[in-house]
Design a protein around this ligand. Structure first.
Ligand code: NDP
Length: 434
């Protein structure tokens, strides 16, 4: 804390991981001797840079860009770019730190990184988005590459932004290098099923967890926060598996539709028209809109999937969910539940799937996109989806196994952290003190 003052999200993420590593450190004294914790918590490199651009009124705007190249023990830095006004060093470091363990859990050869900018894409014209992303990539391009660091999307960065960045990277580097970014459009070398991967993966993971206890999405009532990339495809897969999704949200509020949300309306409003979720009730008069996004957790459900942003589900919300009989919580977002909320779920016997494991489907398919780019091949949707299911199942089994081995049976927070950590820590030891 002394070295990184005012970085509350970063402290929160590190504390959660380090607390659960205690049994792994006790079993393997080499980790302490080799100062693995001291090394792993320190990013290999942080790049912070100026992003000047000209808005539609001819005014010069300046944002701040970041790339944290956190850990490359097991592969090139890999992690998304977030464009949101709340972005600062603490947010990017917490996300980058989490990414190390998540990427290790996927079983793919990818290290951890994250980046972004405090640029707010809301209300910007298409040309403004293009000018901003081009300026951002002009600097970032000197630090990334298919074997060095491979960014992807995150909040505020979808196919359009990736497309403009890919174009600018080509211009800066003098040619086409498919493997430098993932989440590309299919014709630019993207992978089928990448768009769906995080949401689908979260549901696959939660289904494995439910299956172990004799439950399933089939016949369950589900609430999903957010209505962005992760939320939409978590809703889609939950519905396909027979659940009724009754609520979703955006940062303005949430909608409740007791008949089950009509996903085609949400997709059109959010993916095509860029509108607020409040518009949904104009087309579905039986549904209700509440101007309080956190209120979504007061709606009774069997399964809650927080898929919006960090710390969106606090102690109060956790208590209400438990009182309403929630059976399982699966984190599609990164660190959406506060530490206190997780403690409540675990002490009340609610099945809890931490984001690090449950939302690893996105980066897994990004790694598959890299593999397809290197081989100059493209796999079918079904092939990628089958691989994704296999990966999510493995992450679940590996996390459960580590939890069992380290005396915390069924605790997926401990299991995922330890399973992700050991591979990176052992590799760091093999690579010497660097
Ligand atoms: P998007 O930008 O596509 O969507 C984010 C959604 O969350 C928007 O609907 C946004 O609404 C909403 N939102 C933001 N803040 C709140 C809030 N406080 N309460 C309710 N809704 C809110 O981002 P993604 O779907 O890509 O990312 C969502 C989360 O998933 C993030 O934590 C991200 O790090 C994580 N993640 C994403 C992956 C990916 O592949 N995309 C991979 C792994 C994790 P509004 O439009 O009003 O801002």
């Amino acid at each position: 804390k002394k070295r990184n003052p005012h970085e509350s999200e970063f402290h929160q993420a590190v504390k959660e991981v380090f607390d659960s590593l205690v049994p792994a450190l006790a079993k393997n004294p080499a980790y302490r001797k080799q100062a693995i914790l001291e090394r792993i918590v320190e990013p290999e490199r942080i790049i912070s840079f100026r992003v000047p651009w000209v808005d539609d009124h001819g005014k010069v705007q300046v944002n701040r860009g970041f790339r944290v190249q956190y850990n490359s023990a097991i592969g090139p830095y890999k992690g998304g770019l977030r464009f949101h006004p709340s972005v600062n060093a603490s947010i990017i470091k917490f996300l980058g730190f989490e990414q190390i363990f998540k990427n290790s859990l996927t079983g793919q050869p990818i290290g951890g990184g994250k980046g972004g900018s405090d640029f707010d894409p809301k209300g910007k014209s298409d040309l403004e988005i293009m000018r901003f992303t081009q300026s951002f990539m002009s600097e970032l391009s000197t630090h990334i590459g298919p074997d060095i660091d491979v960014p992807a999307g995150d909040i505020g960065v979808g196919a359009r932004e990736i497309g403009y960045m890919f174009g600018q990277y080509k211009k800066m580097r003098g040619g086409y290098e498919a493997g430098v970014l993932t989440g590309k459009s299919i014709d630019s070398g993207g992978s089928l099923a990448r768009k769906e991967a995080t949401g689908y993966g979260t549901v696959y993971f939660v289904e494995e967890m439910l299956k172990d206890k004799g439950f399933s999405f089939k016949g369950s009532t589900v609430t999903v926060s957010g209505s962005g990339n992760v939320s939409i495809y978590a809703m889609e897969k939950a519905m396909e598996l027979g659940a009724t999704v009754v609520a979703c949200s955006d940062s303005g509020g949430y909608i409740y539709d007791k008949n089950g949300i009509d996903l085609s309306t949400v997709k059109r409003l959010k993916e095509v028209e860029n509108k607020r979720i409040s518009e949904y009730v104009k087309e579905h008069p039986d549904a209700h809109y509440f101007e309080d996004c956190a209120g979504i957790w007061s709606q009774p459900c069997d399964i809650a999937l927080p898929c919006a942003t960090q710390n969106e589900l606090d102690k109060m919300a956790a208590k209400i969910l438990v009182a309403n009989g929630v059976k399982a919580v699966g984190e599609g977002a990164n660190m959406p539940s506060t530490h206190e909320a997780v403690e409540i779920f675990q002490s009340e016997g609610v099945l809890f799937a931490p984001g690090k494991a449950a939302n690893a489907g996105g980066v897994s398919v990004s790694a598959l996109e890299m593999a397809q780019n290197s081989a100059r091949l493209s796999w079918s949707f079904e092939e990628v989806d089958a691989k994704l299911q296999e990966i999510m199942k493995n992450i679940y089994l590996e996390s459960m196994k580590a939890a069992e081995e380290y005396d915390a049976p069924g605790n997926l927070v401990v299991g995922a952290n330890i399973a992700g950590f050991i591979k990176v820590a052992d590799t760091m030891i093999m690579q010497g003190v660097i």
